[in-house]
Design a protein around this ligand. Sequence first.
Ligand SMILES: NC(=O)c1ccc[n+]([C@@H]2O[C@H](COP(=O)([O-])OP(=O)(O)OC[C@H]3O[C@@H](n4cnc5c(N)ncnc54)[C@H](O)[C@@H]3O)[C@@H](O)[C@H]2O)c1
Length: 345
Amino acid sequence: MIVNAGKYQVNITEKIFVPLEREIKKAKCSSIHIICDENTLQHCVPFLVSNCPSLKLAEIIEIESGESSKCIEVATGIWDTLLANGAARDALIINAGGGVVTDLGGFCASVYKRGISFINVPTSLLAMADAAVGSKTAIDHQSVKNVIGTFAEPRAVFANPDFLPTLPERHIKNGFAEILKMALIADKHLWEEVKNGKLKNGHIQKAVSLKVAIVSQDKYDKGKRKALNYGHTAGHALEALGGGQLLHGEAVVAGMIIENYIASDLKILKPETASLINNVLRNLYPDELPQFNATDAVKFLQNDKKIHSGKYNFSLLNGIGKCRTDVRVTEKQFMKACEKYHSLL
Ligand SMILES: NC(=O)c1ccc[n+]([C@@H]2O[C@H](COP(=O)([O-])OP(=O)(O)OC[C@H]3O[C@@H](n4cnc5c(N)ncnc54)[C@H](O)[C@@H]3O)[C@@H](O)[C@H]2O)c1
């Protein structure tokens, strides 16, 4: 299945190799560089290279897996390698990995020699359903998530669900969190389908189509796109607070629960709807949701880019499948919601 994302296409199919090969040929690049981590190097890159003749001579740039690689030091290492290998303006980067590789690799490509082409080949569920699409690239800095980044479109995205069987179960659940989020902000029918926690054929496509539909109305995050931040304002604070222990999707689930309590407190979301959603999320993630100190979490909230004049800018549900953006929330309201979150655990 192909989702048109403006200038580029997202191909979601087990048969990515023929169109991927075609796209690489079309790029007419002078060199190809595959960015991956040790896990995708082991489980995904050989499959890719053996099925795409154009990749046989590609240079492999391996980074260490995990969020800690989304930093300026690792980015510098990638630029050093590109330079050392003579990567020119018409070089092509293939990001073969999860959201860390697509965010970092996309960022490196988007500023190297003022921007070279890249193709995303997401290999984790989270990257297939979310991170590889939508043109946001980023690295973290001083424990602040995604604080340095660019908007840069890939040449194309090729998501092959055949990569998923080697993905650890924890990371499947992690990626599923973003599908739950998409359903909650944009599609109540999808929510009915996914609230049992079972990933089915078609869920990745649905999540990608919903994201593309939102991004196409607001590429630069000035309006409608902010709905995608639901669960992420609180979630990013917890992810940073967790110092790498908590995965992105797990932090987002906790963030969604907290933010539903805020929405209910502000009378944006009916309390019974908030509690219905929160019970579903708590039951789907019984062992993943963290306990934390709310005062510490506020410190990381203060670092979040969505802050405005002393209040925090949240995107909150105003029903299942609906989201209101730019809701100003006080520290006190956030702390109160954290308390309710802890009583739910
Ligand atoms: N740009 C965006 O719009 C956007 C949206 C959502 C999330 N993100 C970012 O995505 C990142 C999280 O992505 P993630 O969860 O994919 O993390 P990740 O890239 O760390 O991948 C998760 C783990 O799975 C391994 N892995 C990936 N594919 C595999 C496979 N097929 N088989 C075996 N192991 C495999 C990786 O090596 C890693 O250990 C975060 O940094 C988050 O901020 C970005």
